[in-house]
Design a protein around this ligand. Sequence first.
Ligand SMILES: *[C@@H]1O[C@H](CO)[C@@H](O)[C@H](O)[C@H]1NC(C)=O
Ligand SMILES: *[C@@H]1O[C@H](CO)[C@@H](O)[C@H](O)[C@H]1NC(C)=O
Ligand SMILES: *[C@@H]1O[C@H](CO)[C@@H](O)[C@H](O)[C@H]1NC(C)=O
Ligand SMILES: *[C@@H]1O[C@H](CO)[C@@H](O)[C@H](O)[C@H]1NC(C)=O
Ligand SMILES: *[C@@H]1O[C@H](CO)[C@@H](O)[C@H](O)[C@H]1NC(C)=O
Ligand SMILES: *[C@@H]1O[C@H](CO)[C@@H](O)[C@H](O)[C@H]1NC(C)=O
Length: 607
Amino acid sequence: MTVEHATREWKVPNPELESFLLAHRKPTATARSKPKFGLGSLLSAFAAGALACFLTQYALCGSRCFFCPKNDNAPSIAAPDVFVLASPWAGSTERHNYPPPTPTNAFPSMFPTDVGYAGKTPTGAEPAVIATAPSYPIHTGAPLLVTPDMFSRKKGKKFDLLTKWGNLSPWYSMERGAFGVHSGPETPDTCRVTGLHLLHRHGARYPSAWASYGGPAGLSSRLNAATSKWTASGKLNFLNEWTYKLGEEVLTPFGRQQLFDLGISMRLKYGFLLKNFTESNTLPVFRTESQARMLASAQNFAIGFFGYPFEGQYQQSVTIEGHGFNNTLAPYTTCPNAQDSSRADRGRGYLAKWASVYLKRALRRLQTQLTGYTLTIEDVYVFQQLCAYETIALGYSKFCELFTEEEWDGFEYSFDLYFWYNSGFGFPLGRSQGIGYVQELVARLTHTPILTHNSSTNATLDDNPITFPFGQSLYVDATHEVVILNVLTALNLSTLAAQGPLPADHIPKDRTFRVSQLAPFATNVQFQLLECTSVPGPQIRIIVNDGVVPLTGIAGCAAQKDGMCAVDAFVAAQKKIIGVTDWAYDCYGNWTVPDGWETTTGEPPRS
Ligand SMILES: *[C@@H]1O[C@H](CO)[C@@H](O)[C@H](O)[C@H]1NC(C)=O
Ligand SMILES: *[C@@H]1O[C@H](CO)[C@@H](O)[C@H](O)[C@H]1NC(C)=O
Ligand SMILES: *[C@@H]1O[C@H](CO)[C@@H](O)[C@H](O)[C@H]1NC(C)=O
Ligand SMILES: *[C@@H]1O[C@H](CO)[C@@H](O)[C@H](O)[C@H]1NC(C)=O
Ligand SMILES: *[C@@H]1O[C@H](CO)[C@@H](O)[C@H](O)[C@H]1NC(C)=O
Ligand SMILES: *[C@@H]1O[C@H](CO)[C@@H](O)[C@H](O)[C@H]1NC(C)=O
């Protein structure tokens, strides 16, 4: 089922595969539902969706691609307008369409904001916590979210459920030494910070529209579609009254807070970098993408960083995330092989295998509390996903009470496996997907335009000094977790891959590749530039969620107590990596992944 303008079958549409919709689920016209699940509307939406899939069968991939049911094993996809389609699989069974479209009491002219009389408005000096404070502020927990109070406090340390959700975890500060460098983000002695390149992810969002394994909406429709009446008891009792309340794709209120907070924290730490702009009489240029949650994340960051109104204080480049648009922050849209499941979705198999190991007992336990519906491992996995998604969207989830600490550890590892193989060092396209941003980083560090545009870079934007300026002391770019993992891979931060290829039958000890630490919601990577009296030349450090990452895997970067490397050496190594990365082969080559073949550098097999 292909159409003319789809040049190939896009099987694994993902940028953010993480939301795991069951691709092969067919709408069943005969299914009966429980009224409390709003079954009728769900089914008709389902059928309409299937129809729309056929009508709008074209391949546009972004983080919101859809699979259309084609046959049970070979889904093809379409990317219809989510809003028009009413989300055939992912629609809430309960929703509140706020705001009302035509409120009767809306008279904006009677509520002006610019009424004068602002009082005095003198400003003070910019903060510089990174240089002035005796310690660095730590970011932990999520005070506005509630998790069950049932987990242990060993040695005064509480089991922190929020950190067990992989890419669905809220970001938190790494402890000093977490990645192997016993130093913090604060300015090292004898140094001063001269610049910052910040790469961050959007905040907490609803599930994305589809997934290769699991997927909360899929469970909701399966429960609805069950032909016999089922009843839940015990800990599952709440399920009898439960409705599916999640939307799709967009930022949740908590996600909004995450970016707002990140903006404030960066202003407090690095506000002094703005002096540079006043001196050169320019504005910073920040970048994000067109997707709703990406734009909203960038704007919330800006409100935190600049305050409201932020207009006139910086310029926001909103690049297009859509099929066929060169975009380093959404590289998969121009890379066909990144859309092909045999090359790009090996993670699904590993994840399914691991789930069947660590959830075996949970399945048996939960099945005894549910009669009339046979649970699968995948259903139980979705219960865990629902705990995460409901908490970050609705503030609390009964699903969180269903699992043991060990099962949450298993859940956390499921993301490490999945993203290792689908985005990171075990992903044959990891390096090529990340290389565009690395080229841009090198261009900015060397004040030199990109020589040849032969990856995901966009000449129109990057060759224009207005949209891609050099010589700024502060850069802020927003992207997706998969891209952040691609970039960490392309940079050759091989200490993060030390345990690699990850096994699907047990959790390896002391793994450094943890998605909840590398790519959670609002994850942030600080490329910190320094000048020191103790070492010659400008230095760079890479700080992931406040943890300093060793650069020792990068050629020419020796071990250094604060994790610094000379910018010259760093750039030389990155140029080498750029030189050996072949986007055309990686993205268009007809390579296959042999059984048992592995990569730990994010490169495809070369035959
Ligand atoms: C480069 O980006 C701009 C803005 O997103 C877009 O209009 C243009 O089509 C892109 N160019 C290519 C070759 O994708
Ligand atoms: C877009 O990317 C392709 C592949 O790397 C490249 O050939 C082309 O020149 C790029 N176009 C622009 C305008 O950057
Ligand atoms: C601003 O910062 C950049 C990067 O650190 C530097 O190259 C430039 O000279 C600075 N400009 C001014 C006017 O201080
Ligand atoms: C990349 O990492 C590998 C493994 O640590 C190392 O052997 C190689 O020299 C690195 N390459 C560059 C250019 O940094
Ligand atoms: C792509 O262009 C860069 C310069 O921008 C160059 O270093 C690299 O070798 C090129 N890659 C290929 C495969 O030609
Ligand atoms: C790609 O390679 C496979 C296996 O080597 C082969 O069967 C297939 O025909 C090739 N496809 C194309 C389009 O060349």
